[in-house]
Design a protein around this ligand. Structure first.
Ligand code: TYD
Length: 141
């Protein structure tokens, strides 16, 4: 899928003097059904996370607290997104190499995912990713 398919999605926000409320419905606000939720927290300053791609997984990433950046790379082009509000998030389609960095202190990254944890769905080798993304045969060592 091309990088253009990945995008920031603004979520409904019910503003209220008692505190704001935002919700996400799979298949409605985001283009997949949600089968898993995980989150990154207590991230030390200067840490990078990610540095892999997924073959089939769709994800939606929200900065629940603080801020961080996500760099997406489709094997051809790169784009950096800054997430710093809990009422929008980044939809990441399959076959995107992603790196998360620039975490603020207290940054919490919540990820909604289309599938349960599946180790075989990961591509952790960047050369393999480039070969697959560019439809070239990959000669595994
Ligand atoms: P990983 O996705 O590799 O995170 P990052 O690329 O940011 O380091 O996950 C880190 C570890 O957590 C890895 O050993 C797999 C495990 N893990 C699960 O067991 N279930 C999950 O849903 C996720 C996302 C990770």
């Amino acid at each position: 899928m091309p990088l253009n398919d990945c995008r920031l999605i603004e979520l409904p926000k019910i503003s209220d003097p008692r505190g704001n409320l935002t919700f996400v419905e799979g298949g409605n606000h985001i283009p997949f059904d949600i089968k898993r939720v995980y989150y990154l927290y207590d991230v030390p300053g200067g840490s990078d996370r990610g540095a892999h791609a997924h073959k089939n997984l769709h994800q939606f990433v929200v900065a629940m607290s603080g801020s961080f950046d996500i760099v997406l790379d489709d094997g051809d082009r790169q784009r950096r997104f800054h997430l710093n509000r809990s009422y929008y998030g980044l939809y990441i389609c399959p076959m995107m190499w992603r790196t998360l960095d620039n975490f603020s202190s207290g940054g919490v990254c919540m990820v909604l995912a289309s599938e349960p944890y599946t180790p075989d769905d990961y591509i952790r080798d960047h050369d393999e990713f480039l070969a697959r993304a560019r439809h070239k045969p990959f000669a595994a060592a």
